[in-house]
Design a protein around this ligand. Structure first.
Ligand code: FAD
Length: 515
């Protein structure tokens, strides 16, 4: 009897129970597939990073003595999809059993469970196992998250802190507070720029994968160098983790929400850039959390920094996964505001006079990366205020970022950024005028638009869009006590000023390619 075990590109967990023993009757399959390169247009670095990581993982497994079949696009180009490839491998290798790790994406989970039932009905044994990656067991998601229902992230996070005994002392949060967000909102001053470290990047050649993509007509977006800057092996990922702990974590907290265009390393700042390694499961979340806790024990990082980071990994990351599974597949159709405007062309080339948008988009095209506040409060905020089609916005985020996998990308985009889920994630839309961007960045002083103006031809587009959005949804928004009072500022404006602001917003929305 021979078993085929499938390893998907985001299942590169070397510590998985599968690999604890060698078994000559088991064949592991890791395959580059056109199905996976083409479901949206991806950043070239993203496709390369996944393919290079898969190749490295296959090599490591072989070295450890496992039977591995690593297939490149050259080998799978005639297999239209994963089920046909697997069926072919089963036939070619005299396979009697098929096993796979539960996919984290709805599309793949459906595809593989259908395949499994087909195989079973033709007499094969099939088995689906856990990926052994996430902290909240998959089976518990339904107990904690209810479809179409808001669960406070803070409530979830505190439970996770207690459950995993992270930053807890005698049943209380270490430092006396659960949340240090209020300390973590500093803008970077000129004198702070020297603190930003040169990020650790790598130099593996991308040429083999790049030429395969070309050979098979895979269309990508963004820039790709001769070398892969992202960590694609376990040792590289661990080096990025060490680098983060030593060089970035001490400042991570206070500058967590800051943005600048004045440093050669503006794109990375004090962010860990561990999301690809985590989402490909090269690193385990608890391994990352433990490294950060050790830095706290060693007094090399403050509670603000450490809690701020752990909240993201133990809190937000696990939380959005829960929301995803509790709400799929319907979540993918959510469009609370019923908007459908096309993405302007500058989402694909960064060419706009808005400095915040051009910085965030250009950097994303160059590096396949933007940090959280750029994603949420720059491109996300603009997409919300301009009424861009949530499906197109989702596809853009899913394509462009190195770490974008639907389970984490979609709740962040549809829910947190666009409020398209009507409040399953956020209790109010995360929307802001230019003054927020000005408070958190130095973009505005380097922008052609004037952040203090609302209705003139060179007024910051975010200002009129913001008021137009707020006023259009006034009835709904006033119900929220956290927002209602903002309308006092609007009501104080003279009628003709209000009209001019709304006219400017309409002009912008109709002429997005002109701004
Ligand atoms: P750091 O700032 O160093 O944070 C550490 C880790 O915390 C990250 O690696 C990540 O694993 C986790 N984390 C932080 N914030 C979140 C969050 N909101 N949700 C889930 N995990 C979080 N993250 C993705 O991994 N994939 C995506 O496709 C993705 N799409 C996003 C789309 C939008 C519109 C927004 C607003 C956020 C998105 N995020 C996504 C969340 C977050 O922006 C990224 O995880 C983060 O920027 C990755 O960079 P980093 O590793 O340097 O993070």
């Amino acid at each position: 009897a021979k078993t085929l075990r499938l390893i998907l590109g985001d299942q590169l967990n070397a510590s998985h129970a599968w690999f604890k023993t060698k078994d000559e009757h088991v064949l592991y399959a890791i395959a580059e597939m056109k199905q996976e390169t083409d479901y949206v247009r991806h950043h070239a670095q993203k496709v390369c990073a996944f393919f290079m990581a898969m190749e490295g993982f296959a090599e490591a497994l072989k070295k450890a003595g496992h039977n591995v079949c690593h297939l490149t696009l050259d080998d799978t180009i005639d297999d239209p999809d994963l089920p046909s490839l697997i069926t072919r491998l089963i036939n070619e290798n005299g396979i009697t059993g098929f096993e796979y790790q539960r996919p984290d994406e709805y599309r793949l989970k459906e595809q593989l469970s259908q395949l499994a039932s087909t195989l079973e009905s033709s007499g094969l044994q099939t088995h689906c196992v856990d990926t052994e990656h996430f902290l909240l067991p998959f089976e518990e998601i339904d107990k904690q998250f209810k479809k179409d229902t808001h669960l406070r992230m803070e409530t979830f996070y505190r439970k996770m802190r207690k459950r995993f005994d992270v930053l807890m002392l005698d049943g209380k949060p270490v430092g006396g507070k659960w949340n240090y967000d209020a300390d973590n909102r500093k803008k970077l001053k000129k004198s702070d720029l020297a603190l930003i470290p040169t990020p650790l990047t790598f130099t593996r050649k991308t040429s083999d994968v790049a030429s395969r993509l070309k050979r098979h007509g895979v269309t990508t977006l963004g820039e790709l160098d001769d070398v892969m800057p992202w960590p694609v092996t376990r040792s590289e990922a661990l080096a990025v983790l060490d680098f983060f702990i030593e060089e970035q974590l001490p400042n991570f907290g206070q500058f967590q929400d800051a943005m600048t265009c004045q440093s050669p390393h503006s794109w990375s700042l004090f962010h860990s850039r561990l999301s690809f390694a985590l989402n490909a499961k090269i690193l385990h979340p608890m391994q990352v959390i433990n490294a950060v806790l050790a830095a706290y024990e060693a007094e090399s990082a403050s509670i603000q920094a450490v809690e701020g980071f752990i909240r993201q990994v133990l809190g937000w990351r696990e939380y959005v996964r829960g929301v995803y599974w509790a709400n799929m597949p319907d979540y993918a159709d959510k469009n609370h505001y019923g908007v459908d405007r096309d993405l302007p062309a500058f989402f694909w080339d960064g060419k706009t006079g808005m400095r915040c948008m051009s910085e965030a988009i250009s950097q994303s095209l160059t590096t396949a990366y933007a940090h959280h506040i750029q994603r949420l409060m720059v491109t996300g905020n603009f997409s919300l205020l301009a009424g861009l089609d949530p499906r197109q916005v989702d596809e853009w985020y899913l394509g462009i970022y190195i770490d974008a996998i639907e389970w984490v990308e979609m709740p962040n985009t549809r829910g947190m950024s666009l409020f398209a889920d009507g409040g399953i994630i956020a209790t109010k839309p995360y929307c802001a005028s230019g003054s927020y961007i000005n408070r958190m960045s130095d973009y505005c002083s380097n922008c052609q638009y004037k952040v203090k103006e609302k209705s003139s031809d060179d007024a910051c587009p975010l200002n009129s869009l913001y008021w137009d959005f707020m006023v259009s949804h006034r009835e709904e928004l006033t119900k929220n006590p956290r927002i209602g009072m903002i309308f006092g500022n609007w009501d104080k404006l003279a009628d003709d000023e209000q009209t001019a602001i709304r006219q400017r917003a309409s002009w912008i929305k109709e002429n997005l390619n002109e701004i």
